[in-house]
Design a protein around this ligand. Structure first.
Ligand code: FAD
Length: 209
């Protein structure tokens, strides 16, 4: 099976990596030469959490990521994920606090609810306002996104995949990917163009703010 992955940012590089590990022949395309400074994942750190206030249904997916980060670290020989815990601070009735507690309750997560005085004692740099609490999510920390994208790409290339750098995909028509120089058919296409998604899939109701 031959799969095209359009965009080699955090999402595209991760898709290409997991496909390549499953024995799929991957051809990635990127308009720049990743890892580069023009994508959403540019920077030194990105937070990762488990007590996801956005919805308990994310928790199983998030749990799957941790062994994968360690697997990637091993193949890259570099440290990509630091689990130092995270505090989610808000009023007890806020979406963030209630959502994090609901996710933790649904999945038996190891969280701690801290009152202002506990936070002041343990994390003196944090000052809570009246009525606020903090949720300590122990299975949280930060990822190094630039290094992670680089490591995923290296792994794809080591597994025999291809990355076409500085190559703009001008259209994806069904399973056919067109650039200025080529027009190729694949067995499947993953489009992970980040903020450029709308250029390639204009019918998707997405707005980049
Ligand atoms: C300031 C900031 C802070 C953030 N903090 C967090 C955080 O703490 N935790 C967290 O989980 N998330 C965070 N996010 C969100 C996270 O960074 C993004 O969700 C993630 O980086 C998106 O990755 P992506 O691969 O979809 O997009 P991108 O990284 O933008 O990658 C898209 C890629 O597609 C390529 N491309 C686009 N169009 C084409 C084309 N036509 N042909 C070829 N290639 C193309 C681009 O060159 C680019 O490399 C943050 C985002 C920002 C901006």
């Amino acid at each position: 099976m031959r799969v095209a992955v359009v965009g080699s940012g955090a999402m595209g590089a991760a898709s290409a990596w997991r496909l390549a590990e499953r024995g799929v022949r991957v051809v990635s395309f990127d308009r720049h030469s990743p890892p580069h400074v023009f994508g959403s994942r540019h920077g030194e750190t990105r937070i990762t959490r488990t007590a996801y206030f956005e919805g308990p249904w994310y928790v199983p997916l998030l749990r799957e990521t941790f062994p994968l980060w360690r697997e990637l670290e091993q193949s890259a020989g570099s440290h990509l994920l630091t689990l130092n815990g995270a505090l989610m601070i808000g009023s007890s009735a806020s979406d963030a606090v209630m959502g994090a507690r609901a996710a933790a309750a649904a999945h038996g997560l190891d969280i701690e609810v801290l009152e202002a005085r506990d936070v002041h004692r343990r994390y003196p740099g944090q000052v809570l306002r009246s009525g606020e609490v903090a949720i300590l999510d122990r299975q949280a920390g930060f990822v190094r996104p630039e290094a992670a994208v680089g490591a995923m790409i290296e792994r794809v290339l080591a597994l025999g995949g291809d990355l076409r750098r500085n190559t703009v995909v001008t259209s994806v028509d069904g399973l056919t990917v067109t650039t200025a120089e080529t027009r190729e058919a694949f067995d499947a296409v993953v489009i992970a163009a980040g903020p450029w998604m709308h250029d390639l899939v204009p019918w998707l109701p997405l707005t980049v703010e």
